[in-house]
Design a protein around this ligand. Structure first.
Ligand code: 13P
Ligand code: SF4
Length: 339
């Protein structure tokens, strides 16, 4: 590992007074992998990872999944420590669901543009403005925002949940306006939308993707519903990360243009090695990448450090936790039939 990477990994560690950062030795290569596996045993830890994580983290995880699957795993684990390889709101949801476990996140700066752009106070104001409305909030938000919500949804259960909400109540949907527009179209429900978006999915270019489709007439476009409407209008299939993976595995087509964060290609290639996967193009012609900068803040080195020093740890005020738990539990109850 370069000195620069090593410094970045150490800089993430909020050290206690007794720990001299210069003395920390981080193993390399195969030794690093083995050291993480040893820590897992020693600390009775479980490593949960999202499909957008770096490939080496996906490979070492005990469980790889979408937001809903990861929340369920976090709730049900009997491990003492959850090393959550995803972004902050996911690790926070794990702590909300399973407060007696120690939850560590390799990098506390692993945020999310959707979560950062929506505050609990903002939702409170919307509730004052629309007192009859139910607030359905995407899981990509922080605990304060969850605490102001009536129900939480993820991309894999949102349609089922929105359809089941009482028809006589208006719906406020936050924070992803693109997912909200998609859901409104699918369910026929009018929604008052929070003005937020995912910086990764809104970067896909409809024009450049249309060109990719023209050049690959045998390919199907698959897209995550956080993408903008013009991209979704072109898509042959729209779904959560796990739904996209299942589609590629089961569909007869041999070629797919994939409009979501490119970390998912790692698992897609494993599940469908014979199929051709083409990352969808973004607006910026100088960069063909669609990486989530936040998701990629986590590294194997930081995973090792967070497990070894049990830091950074996710902690949450108990009153807030209980408030945020309610709409998450309502979500889990309403999505029992979803895998
Ligand atoms: P899902 O894995 O639930 O589809 O969510 C995608 C995402 O953007 C997570 O940040
Ligand atoms: Fe947030 Fe988008 Fe990154 Fe997912 S991909 S964590 S929604 S910024």
């Amino acid at each position: 590992m370069s000195t620069e990477t090593l410094d970045k990994a150490k800089a993430n560690l909020p050290v206690r007074g007794f720990l001299n950062i210069e003395d920390i030795k981080i193993p390399q290569g195969e030794e690093l992998k083995q050291a993480i596996l040893d820590l897992k045993k020693e600390k009775n830890a479980v490593i949960l990872a999202h499909y957008y994580q770096p490939a080496d983290i996906q490979d070492i995880a005990d469980f790889l999944g979408d937001s809903l699957q990861l929340a369920r795993q976090a709730k049900d684990t009997d491990a003492d420590m959850i090393a959550f390889c995803g972004v902050h709101f996911m690790a926070e949801a794990a702590k909300i669901l399973n407060p007696t476990k120690k939850v560590v996140l390799p990098d506390t700066q692993a945020g999310c543009s959707l979560a950062d752009g929506c505050s609990g106070e903002g939702l409170r104001k919307m509730r004052e403005q629309y007192p009859d409305a139910l607030i359905a909030t995407y899981i990509n938000c922080n605990a304060e925002t969850k605490a102001e919500s009536d129900i939480i949804v993820t991309s894999s259960n949102a349609e089922t949940i929105i359809e089941a909400l009482p028809k006589d109540r208006p719906i406020i949907f936050a924070p992803d306006k693109n997912l909200g527009k998609y859901l409104s179209k699918k369910t026929g429900r009018d929604m008052i939308l929070w003005d937020g978006s995912c910086i990764v999915h809104e970067a896909f270019s409809m024009e450049r993707i249309a060109q990719q489709l023209a050049e690959n007439p045998d390919a199907k476009l698959i897209a995550h519903p956080e993408s903008e409407t013009p991209v979704l209008d072109l898509a042959h299939f729209i779904g959560s990360t796990s739904a996209l993976l299942n589609f590629v595995e089961k569909d007869d087509s041999q070629k797919f243009i994939v409009a979501t964060e490119e970390g998912i290609l790692h698992e897609m290639k494993k599940r469908a090695p014979q199929k051709e996967l083409i990352p969808a193009l973004v607006f910026d012609e100088s960069c063909n990448c669609s990486e989530c900068f936040y998701m990629k803040r986590n590294t194997m080195e930081k995973l090792y450090l967070c497990m070894k020093y049990e830091l950074p740890e996710i902690l949450i005020d108990e009153e807030l936790r209980l408030k945020a738990l309610k709409p998450i539990e309502a979500m889990l109850e309403m999505s029992k039939t979803i895998k």
